[in-house]
Design a protein around this ligand. Structure first.
Ligand code: AQP
Length: 331
């Protein structure tokens, strides 16, 4: 089976953008690929964070993935910092990663603009991401559109490393992106990408009243100033969310009532809130059950680390051998 790797940061609650753009696809891929799903806590510490809640957020992120349908029997679910080979490979790959390309990364530019002092770790983030993927020699990476630039860097790093150390036998595969139709979900501000660190999200475990509380003030078509103004569904983020959560008949009904001003924005949002709540309720219920058994979840995390590390060690050993390092004598 071809191998898949993907990751999510424990930088907040899993939200519908993460789910539609990536995690739903992770679940579907389990039948066809050898899947590795990682909670990338080492990435999460490159941006200001609260160290008192990182561990709990990491565990909760695992619970969220399990609640979404990631099956630890079929996929390897693990925490990045439990497999130190990630950071060792990252260092080795910094020796071939092109500085100019790193300077062009838009995520680095966006996030560094929000900081007074920019940590070097934020700059090196894409090399760690390359190491995450290449450590498992993954051929496919299911991600949202925001990660395509990082994935292209991973491909470049693999090409450069292979050219220098692998001769005619390219050891590190150049991974392909697997996108969904929801490759960029816009946040409730109607502007930026839905993002944990921007607070413009609907969480996957939000109860119906919170979903409604967040949708009610969400930005819609700016041309609809009063209830009677006809709208243009194509420019409205709420309509976009309907396309992902509502049936085709409802989407048609929403579009018609928006254009004719038959419904106001609140009517349209009410229907969407119900559809989202209906979709997310089973996930929230599974999450609540898992929360009651943290020991079981920790066991899954422990097994995931053991399974991931076996493969990680093999790759790292081969990488170091091809780079000419003196092997450590065993025993
Ligand atoms: N808005 C989005 N639309 C579609 N896909 C998205 N993803 C994230 N936001 C959207 C995809 O979700 C996966 C996990 O993302 P991540 O948490 O590791 O990184 P991120 O892209 O940085 O997510 P956030 O929510 O924006 O987190 P913060 O604010 O902490 O940086 C990835 O595959 C991503 O493409």
């Amino acid at each position: 089976m071809r191998r898949v790797f993907s990751g999510v940061q424990p930088s907040g609650e899993l939200h519908i953008g993460n789910w539609l753009g990536a995690v739903q696809n992770w679940v579907a891929l389990q039948d066809r690929y050898d899947c590795h799903y990682c909670i990338v806590d080492l990435h999460a510490v490159t941006f200001p964070y609260d160290s008192t809640i990182l561990a709990e957020r990491t565990r909760e992120m695992v619970m969220s993935l399990l609640a979404c349908g990631i099956d630890p029997q079929r996929s390897i679910v693990f925490v990045q910092s439990h497999v130190p080979e990630h950071t060792e490979l990252q260092w080795l790959l910094t020796t071939v990663a092109p500085l100019g390309e790193l300077e062009r990364m838009t995520q680095f530019k966006d996030k560094s603009q929000r900081l007074e002092s920019v940590p070097a770790g934020l700059f090196a983030y894409p090399v760690l991401q390359a190491a995450d993927i290449l450590l498992y020699r993954a051929e496919a990476v299911p991600v949202g559109e925001d990660q395509l630039q990082h994935l292209e860097l991973t491909r470049e790093v693999a090409r450069r490393w292979n050219a220098q150390f692998a001769g005619d036998d390219p050891f590190l595969p150049e991974p392909q992106a697997l996108l969904t139709t929801a490759k960029r979900i816009v946040g409730l501000d109607g502007q930026a990408k839905m993002s944990k660190s921007l607070g413009n999200t609907i969480g996957l475990t939000d109860p119906p009243e919170d979903i409604w509380g967040k949708l009610r003030p969400a930005v819609t078509d700016p041309a609809r100033v009063t209830r009677k103004d006809p709208g243009t569904p194509e420019v409205c983020n709420i309509f976009d969310l309907h396309k992902h959560f509502s049936s085709p008949d409802t989407v048609e009904l929403v579009a018609g009532n928006c254009r004719s001003a038959g419904w106001g924005c609140l009517d349209c949002k009410r229907v969407l809130a119900d559809r989202i709540s209906e979709t997310l309720t089973p996930i929230r219920e599974r999450f609540t059950t898992l929360r009651e058994s943290p020991a079981e979840v920790d066991e899954i995390i422990g097994e995931g680390a053991d399974r991931a590390q076996r493969l990680a060690r093999e790759t790292l050993k081969e990488v170091k051998s091809r780079m000419g390092f003196l092997p450590r004598k065993e025993g």
